[in-house]
Design a protein. Sequence first.
Length: 292
Amino acid sequence: MSVLTVGVVGSGTMGGAIAHLAALSGSQVIVRDVEEVYLQKALQAMETFMDKSIAKGRMTVEQKAETLERVTFTTSLEDLKPADVVIEAIIEDLDAKKAVFAELDRIMPEDVILATNTSSMSITVIAEATKRPDRVAGMHFFNPPQIMKLVEVVRGYKTSDETVQALMELAQQLGKEPIEVKKDSPGFIVNRIMIPQFIEAIRLVEEGVASVEDVDKAVKLGLNYPMGPFELQDFGGVEVGLFVMDYFYEEFKDDRFAAPLSIRQLVRAGRLGRKTGAGFYNYEKDLTSTTK
């Protein structure tokens, strides 16, 4: 499948970056969000990313302009009709996603594939909001999509082989390395492995075994990870990790996925990571200590 036009629903951190990736790869892109202000933020993020690339000699000013010319911003789902495939990347709320997919199913031609960038939720449940569950699948990019190489292509219960193959080819067209998740299981592959590591890291700190800093140092130097578990949670959003833990626990009813109290307290306190200036670590200039 050669995708010429990619539709993206949601222009936040992931949606805007997926749209940018598609434009960088040569596709026409239509990105939709509910308000113009969110679209403007996405545009600014794209420009900032490319300005850094220009400064490093990886892109020219002309290439930046050509990339932006391939992107159309809109607040109307109806404007996505020309897309060959639509990727949803809104908040991790199952009801919200189902509502979007039901509306996309009404709007988009029958042969268009509808993909979700959810990191953990059931593809099968989302697909059942449509009349084309065979043409619905997960297409999970990693943050930031322009740089991270992996894409998880996830089957729902009724996803067809043709849909999986088309999304695998699209991922390759976007310069990514896709893997097939053959069964619709919460968290797919990466989060299924990563979330228990987050939980165990938090428990080590709660038990007084080690500090936040030393757990991160141990994982980076001992396992050769580029980021420690606390750095990574702060980067992605502490509340996102808590949401996935709670979702896993609800689905599996297994105590190994039970969220430690300290992460719940951080979220209640509004310490959501880098984006709020504090999470497991403090990022404001006048703060230097970490959360224990």
